[in-house]
Design a protein around this ligand. Structure first.
Ligand code: SAH
Length: 352
C-alpha cells in the first residue's frame, strides 16, 4: 500500500483513515491538532498517542518537511525570502513581509508556471508540477518556525497560477482555515490570478470570503495579449464579466493589479481606458512598478506609478500605490528559483 502524505488530509479524511484501521474517531482530531496547531511533524513526539498506534501511523502516513535552501534578509526592510527545497529536489519561493498591521506571507502554488506572462521571472524557468496542499501549508509552517513569527495575512502571489491548480489550492485554503486546526480567517487571504475565467466562476460559487486579485496590467486587449498570453484564451471583456459575477455572488470587492510598464501600458490614454473599464465596479486598483527581470527590458519610468494612480483617482477609480518591499533581495517571485535552476544546469545537477 502506498503511504499517504498526512498533511494533505482534512479532518474527515483522517477520521476515515483511522476508523479503517480500527481506531476511534477522536484520535483523528488529536493527530490533526498535533500537526496543525502544535506543528509537530514527528509521530514519535505525539505523546498522547500510544506507542503502538504511533508505529502504525508511521506505516500508513508520511510527512515531508521543506528545507531552507536559501534565506535572504533585506537590509532596507524586514522582508525575508526563502527558497525552499521540496522532497523531489524542486524549489519554491516564499516571502515574509512586515506591514504596519502585522506580517504577511506570500506563498507559491506551483513549481514554475505555464502562463508565460512576458514580464514574470517565474515564466522563464518553466513549469514542472503542481504543489500539493501539504506543500502550501508547509511553506507557512516552516516559515513560522524558522522566523518565530506568526503571520496575520496570507497571499497566494508567489510562483505559479493558483487557479491552474484549483483543487489543491481550495483544499489547502480549507485546511488552513479549519476551525479544528489553524482556524485562519480567509478574510485575511488574497488569491491572485492572471485571469482563468472558468475558475473565477467556480471560485465565486465557493464563497470563501477571501480577496480575489486579478493581474490585469492593461485595459487593452492588444497590449494585454502581448504581455499575457492568457488574454488570447480569455479576453478582457470575458474576464471582467467573470469579475462582476464574482462580486455579485460573494459581495466581495476585487483588487486589480496593474504593473506600470513604459511603452506598454503607462500612457494617460491607458489610464483613461482603465478607468472607463472599471467605472462603477466594486473594486480597487493596486498600482506597482514592474520589477526588473534580467532577461527582459521592461521598466517603469520615475514617477510613472504615482502619476498613473493620480490620474485614475481623478477619474473616480479607487487606486493605491503598492509599497515595494525587499528590493535589495529580489523579493519578486520567481527570481531565486530561476537562478537555482540555472545553477543546477551549470552544475549538471539533477531535476529542478
Ligand atoms: N499567477 C498569479 C499569481 C502569481 S504572480 C497571477 O498572475 O496573478 C503575482 C503577481 O506579480 C501578479 O500580479 C503578477 O502579474 C505580478 N508580477 C509578476 N512579475 C512581475 C514583475 N516583473 N513586476 C511586477 N509584477 C510582476
Amino acid at each position: 500500500m502506498e503511504k499517504i502524505n498526512i498533511l494533505n488530509l482534512n479532518l474527515q479524511e483522517l477520521e476515515t483513515e483511522l476508523i479503517n484501521i480500527g481506531e476511534k474517531k477522536f484520535r483523528a482530531k488529536q493527530i490533526f491538532q498535533w500537526l496543525h496547531v502544535k506543528r509537530i511533524f514527528d509521530f514519535d513526539k505525539m505523546t498522547d498517542i500510544s506507542a503502538q498506534l504511533r508505529e502504525r501511523l508511521k506505516e500508513i502516513f508520511y510527512i515531508n518537511r521543506l528545507f531552507v535552501q536559501k534565506k535572504l534578509e533585506s537590509y532596507v526592510d524586514n522582508t525575508v525570502k526563502y527558497l525552499y527545497g521540496l522532497h523531489d529536489g524542486n524549489f519554491v519561493e516564499t516571502v515574509l513581509m512586515e506591514y504596519s498591521y502585522g506580517y504577511s506571507l506570500c506563498i507559491s502554488t506551483q513549481v514554475g508556471c505555464k502562463m508565460g506572462c512576458r514580464f514574470c521571472a517565474s515564466a522563464i524557468a518553466g513549469f514542472v508540477r503542481n504543489l500539493e496542499p501539504a506543500e502550501m501549508l508547509m511553506q507557512i509552517y516552516e516559515t513560522e518556525k524558522n522566523s518565530g513569527i506568526k503571520i496575520s495575512n496570507l497571499v497566494l502571489m508567489g510562483i505559479g497560477e493558483p487557479l491552474d491548480n484549483f483543487d489543491n489550492t481550495v483544499k489547502f485554503l480549507n485546511l488552513f482555515s479549519d476551525k479544528d486546526g489553524n482556524n485562519f480567517s480567509l478574510r485575511h487571504v488574497s488569491v491572485s490570478t492572471c485571469g482563468i475565467v472558468p475558475k473565477i466562476y467556480e471560485l465565486a460559487e465557493l464563497r470563501l470570503g477571501l480577496t480575489l486579485c486579478i493581474s490585469l496590467h492593461s485595459a487593452d486587449n492588444l497590449s494585454r495579449g502581448e504581455i499575457m498570453p492568457v488574454n488570447h484564451a480569455y479576453n478582457i471583456q470575458k474576464l471582467l464579466d467573470s469579475c462582476r459575477y464574482y462580486i455579485d455572488r460573494t459581495g466581495r470587492r476585487i483588487t486589480f493589479e496593474y504593473a506600470v510598464i513604459e511603452n506598454v501600458n503607462s500612457s494617460d490614454k491607458d489610464a483613461d481606458k482603465l478607468s472607463d473599464l472599471l467605472r462603477g465596479m466594486n473594486c480597487h486598483v493596486n498600482i506597482i512598478p514592474v520589477n526588473k527581470v534580467k532577461e527582459r527590458n521592461y521598466r517603469t519610468a520615475a514617477n510613472a506609478v504615482t502619476e498613473f494612480a493620480k490620474r485614475l483617482r481623478k477619474r473616480g477609480i479607487n487606486a493605491t500605490v503598492r509599497r515595494t518591499l525587499g528590493n535589495d533581495i529580489e523579493a519578486a517571485c520567481g527570481q531565486l528559483r530561476r537562478d537555482a535552476a540555472n545553477e543546477n544546469v551549470l552544475n549538471g545537477g539533477g531535476r529542478i
